[in-house]
Design a protein around this ligand. Sequence first.
Ligand SMILES: CC(C)(COP(=O)(O)OP(=O)(O)OC[C@H]1O[C@@H](n2cnc3c(N)ncnc32)[C@H](O)[C@@H]1OP(=O)(O)O)[C@@H](O)C(=O)NCCC(=O)NCCS
Length: 164
Amino acid sequence: MDLPSKSLEIRRATTDDLAEVLRLERSVPEAPHWDASVYRDILLQEPAGSTLQRALFVAVDHGQLAGFAVATVVADQAELESIAVDPQRRRLGVGRALSESVMAWAREAGARQILLEVRSANAVARALYGRLGFQETGLRRGYYSDPSDDAVLMSVSLSAAADL
Ligand SMILES: CC(C)(COP(=O)(O)OP(=O)(O)OC[C@H]1O[C@@H](n2cnc3c(N)ncnc32)[C@H](O)[C@@H]1OP(=O)(O)O)[C@@H](O)C(=O)NCCC(=O)NCCS
């Protein structure tokens, strides 16, 4: 995978990253907003034999958090649950690099497909996912509130995306 800049590192988060992840999450209205305990739980090892695996990835540039992403794998399906990039560092390839790391991890964890849902009004995120090969597979009308919006369902086969 080509990283957008030599100083950008994509890695699994540690507890030391959580305060900055929360700060960024709270400053990005489009991201789902979760309690700190949700992020802490993601960092705990899943029990042996669990079919669910969940990961929090961070993008770090010169020691500063540039973005993060959360994904889950259950059996052969993955879900990209959340992704956010620091508004000061957008359109530099950070979102794409984070997504590609998530996709590589999900494939390694046994997923054959990755799914997500996105607000229909979120044209930027839909453009990112389209660029990554996601196709629109359905619509959930009125799925979101505050503000009210439809959810666009998208998915990509991880074998088809293997050459990203
Ligand atoms: C969506 C988001 C993660 C993209 O992150 P990013 O680092 O700016 O994206 P990248 O620079 O990697 O862009 C990758 C591709 O996405 C698309 N894209 C990104 N920003 C775009 C914009 N402002 N307008 C149109 N397309 C855009 C382009 O196709 C781009 O590829 P290109 O630059 O080669 O044309 C970022 O805008 C963000 O954090 N948004 C708020 C949170 C959010 O909406 N999350 C999704 C719902 S959980």
